[in-house]
Design a protein around this ligand. Structure first.
Ligand code: SF4
Length: 372
């Protein structure tokens, strides 16, 4: 099997920007971006990221807010935090990149797969990769019946990936296996007529390509609900936003003031709670304006967007609470929500702050309905 995918790859590989280099920095950035994300989505982000942070030095010295802004929309923001943190660690070591997969895997955000992908491509280290695409190719080629999302299958597939590795050209071999899974041995309707492995493929021979790989059913994700509040500054139609804490879920990203809707609580009750927390009053009226659905790794989120009615009372409470007037264009809110900084977000302009995905969707929905 070793040579077939490699020669196929050399003739059929897609031209991707990160394939034009063997330098560790751009390859590292691309591999981190490609975790959980499709190639087509990554290309523009990759270019923008390298334009903004062309070297590990520039990444390490950038503010995390700037890194999150460039990453905005790519999702899984923990990856951006880890890249930034790892760049800082590398600079403390004199800017030297790791010299093996084992050393790469000591950096934050780099697991076994990513470490092997980087080390095999940048240094030719003979280590195999196993991502979703490679798992599917090997499972079909070998006719593996057990569900591939089990620990036993994972272990067996890693061992098989190592066994199949072309030790002369591990970097290209790994790329070849991933490319094959991404473009030919696709989850549905694999194009076996174009596949360099067709001759030896057990799934094809036994007519089981639609049944392999099998997966154990996953538990359905729980549903959470939240509400967000739009408070508009009349002078420039910008909206009040708050920065999430530096640690934890969606760390350092910005959002419209929001609260989760508790079990057995109505949205109206949650809204009252939010108004009390934010403005110190229940008296402000707000109406439902839009909604959005967003799926995270471990839950689905339904978020409802409420728009606070413009009124002298709202102006009064904003002034009282934040020492601002909603018509004041020059000043930032001089206060915070708890310890969290506040600012204004203008949907019509370039903003320095990165909004997280659910609230980006909310904003799109708001704009679509021309409610601003
Ligand atoms: S022959 Fe078909 S099922 Fe088998 S590895 Fe190739 S594309 Fe996948």
């Amino acid at each position: 099997m070793q040579l077939a995918p490699l020669s196929w790859y050399l003739e059929n590989a897609r031209e991707l920007p990160w394939r034009k280099t063997r330098e560790p920095y751009p390859i590292w950035v691309s591999e981190v971006m490609l975790q959980q994300t499709r190639v087509e989505t990554v290309i523009d982000y990759y270019r923008r990221f390298l334009d903004s942070f062309p070297s590990v030095t520039s990444l390490a010295s950038a503010k995390i807010d700037r890194v999150l802004k460039v990453w905005e929309g790519l999702g899984y923001y923990r990856r951006a935090h880890n890249l930034h943190k790892a760049a800082g660690i590398l600079m403390l070591r004199g800017g030297q990149f790791p010299r093996s997969a084992a050393e790469w895997s000591e950096l934050p955000g780099i697991g076994k797969y990513t470490a092997a992908a980087i080390a095999s491509r940048t240094m030719g280290e003979a280590v195999a990769v196993l991502d979703g695409n490679v798992k599917r190719v090997i499972a079909r080629f070998d006719g593996v019946e057990i569900p591939i999302n089990t620990a036993a299958a994972e272990k067996a597939l890693w061992a098989r990936a190592e066994e199949l590795l072309d030790r002369e050209s591990p970097g290209d071999h790994n790329q070849a296996m991933m490319e094959l899974g991404a473009t030919v041995c696709t989850p549905r309707n694999p194009d076996c007529s174009r596949c360099p492995l067709a001759k030896g493929c057990i799934a094809l021979k036994t007519e089981r390509i639609n049944f392999i790989p099998a997966k154990s059913p996953r538990k359905p994700l729980p549903l959470r609900r939240s509400i967000a509040l739009f408070i508009r500054r009349t002078s420039d139609d910008s909206l009040l936003i708050v920065r999430r804490p530096d640690n934890g879920f969606l760390a350092g990203l910005w959002e419209f003031p929001q609260v989760d809707v508790k079990n057995n609580e109505s949205e109206a009750e949650a809204l009252e709670r939010l108004l009390l927390e934010l403005l110190g009053t229940r008296q402000i009226k707000a109406e439902i304006a839009c909604s959005a659905h967003h799926t995270y790794t471990h839950f689905h989120l339904e978020v409802s967007g409420y728009r606070a009615n413009q009124s002298p009372l709202l102006e009064k409470y904003l002034k009282l609470r934040f020492k601002i007037r909603s018509s004041d264009t020059a000043k930032k809110p001089e206060a915070s929500l708890g310890n969290l900084p506040l600012d204004w977000y203008s949907p019509a302009k370039e903003n320095p702050h990165a909004l997280h995905g659910a609230h980006q969707k909310l904003l799109v929905s708001l704009q679509k309905h021309e409610i601003l």
